[in-house]
Design a protein around this ligand. Sequence first.
Ligand code: F3S
Length: 289
Amino acid sequence: MEVILAEHAGFCFGVQRAVDTVYEQIGNREKEGRPIYTFGPIIHNEEVVDDLEKRGVRVLDSLADACAVPEGERGTVIIRSHGVEKSVCESLKELGFDVVDATCPFVKRIHNIVEKESLVGKSIVIVGNAGHPEVEGIKGWSAAATYIVESVEEAKNLVLRPEEELCIVSQTTFNYKKFQDVVEIFGERGYNGSVVNTVCNATEVRQAEARELAARVDVMIVIGGTHSSNTKKLYEICRQECEMTYYIQTLDDLHLRLPESVRLVGITAGASTPNNIIEEVQNYVRINF
Ligand code: F3S
């Protein structure tokens, strides 16, 4: 029996980079002995966060948490892939922390665009979900008026001055089609300015690959947390293509009894599933079937 692992299973590039940065800093601390913090959990995966906690990495949920750290314990703070407001970076430095920026380069690119365009006087429109940490972070790099628009309706109702020049960007995980629809409204309303497509296609690529793999295999295994909406989505996509699709969190949930006719097994995983879990499942299926 053959096992095929989807190339884009699990962490996207930006999350992998942020998690690797934390483990690198743990290695450095062994030399330097300074405490390590992450600003917010580095990833929404309990196993990873627990493992880091065991290694002495603490989570700061806010600037207030950072202020509460005694001065002698203000070591390194790692900024996660979503990024943060410029003022947060500055405040952390002022408090005496070493800031290690693991903001995903695709998000950092948006910060740079927003800062540059707002400094030449353009108003910023972020197409995304208000309240999402990435969107709040992006907003915090703007030096001009900034609007967050989530839907076509909101774009239609946004009150703007007629002479306002816009720079429109999007949250990286926003749906590209919805972004285009919103942009179209600003065009229809006659606003000038620039539009930068900053949607990241990591999610789409993972889903397209899962669909294609599920259509080829006899059995499909989808690994991810039960609360992970992107894993649920992956499961639904795979289930449409392959009737024998299983949704598991870890190897412990896998109780497979496969018919003899099964020749090909496909494996994919949600965006917050660590590599070691994916590998365990893959090795188990390879060895046991
Ligand atoms: Fe991931 Fe960076 Fe895209 S964090 S989803 S690769 S913007």
